[in-house]
Design a protein around this ligand. Structure first.
Ligand SMILES: Cc1cc2nc3c(=O)[nH]c(=O)nc-3n(C[C@H](O)[C@H](O)[C@H](O)COP(=O)(O)O)c2cc1C
Length: 204
């Protein structure tokens, strides 16, 4: 049975995105008990940033890599296999300086691999990580799903682009937004997100 891959990325102990993403993953699991949740906490177990050795290694076939290059892609290969064997992807992130947590960007740098999660063809690139459902839980201090700040939301459009590039196009977004606009606003944001994940889990 394909797994539910839960990625949490916030370093904050009282993170809204971690809380709601975890609740969503557990709700989805309750509907498909045979699917295990595989949880990658990218904040407490950060991945190394990609470097020169990695960039060279991913452009070579495995049997042409040096020992150092093979070692540099070992973690990336593991993360790609984890993504490909998941049927559902749940990503929790905060809106950080109008984008995603850096820990999530680093995960993306490890899993967006030519020949594994996408490939180039004569008709352009195609995604190889197809057939998955993805959920993005975005916690934000302000309101970015609509209104004047929506054009500053570089998190959700970016995630749609990069997931889509890998073939993951069936995506739902859950906002936990306005959490820095007072205690009442934060409580309302969490309540609204919980209603939405309840609805999503019912139709998943
Ligand atoms: C370094 C930093 C940058 C932030 N940048 C933004 C931002 O650009 N826009 C915004 O609305 N909130 C911003 N916030 C507030 C976070 O989006 C908010 O605290 C959110 O709850 C973080 O997600 P988390 O609770 O899952 O950690 C920022 C917070 C931090 C710590």
């Amino acid at each position: 049975m394909p797994s539910i891959l839960l990625l949490t990325t916030s370093p904050r102990a009282d993170s809204y995105s971690t809380k709601i993403a975890t609740e969503l993953a557990e709700g989805l699991r309750a509907l498909q008990p045979a699917s295990a949740i595989v949880h990658r906490n990218l904040a407490t177990e950060p991945l190394p940033h990609i470097d020169d050795v990695f960039a060279a290694a991913i452009r070579k076939p495995a049997d042409k890599r040096s020992a150092e290059e093979s070692e540099s892609v070992r973690k990336s290969d593991e993360l790609v296999a984890e993504l490909l064997s998941a049927g559902t992807l749940v990503i929790g992130t905060g809106l950080i300086n109008f984008s995603i947590y850096a820990s999530l960007k680093t995960w993306i740098d490890h899993v967006a691999r030519a020949g594994l999660t996408f490939k180039y063809t004569e008709k352009g690139p195609i995604g190889l990580a197809r057939g998955k459902k993805a959920y993005i839980v975005l916690a934000a201090g302000g309101v970015y799903s609509h209104g004047p700040a929506a054009s500053m939301n570089h998190a959700v459009p970016y995630l749609h682009s990069v997931l889509g590039f890998m073939g993951i196009t069936d995506i739902e977004t859950i906002y936990v937004e306005g959490v820095s606009m007072g205690v009442d606003a934060a409580e309302k944001a969490v309540a609204a997100a919980r209603i939405r994940i309840g609805q999503l889990a019912l139709v998943a």
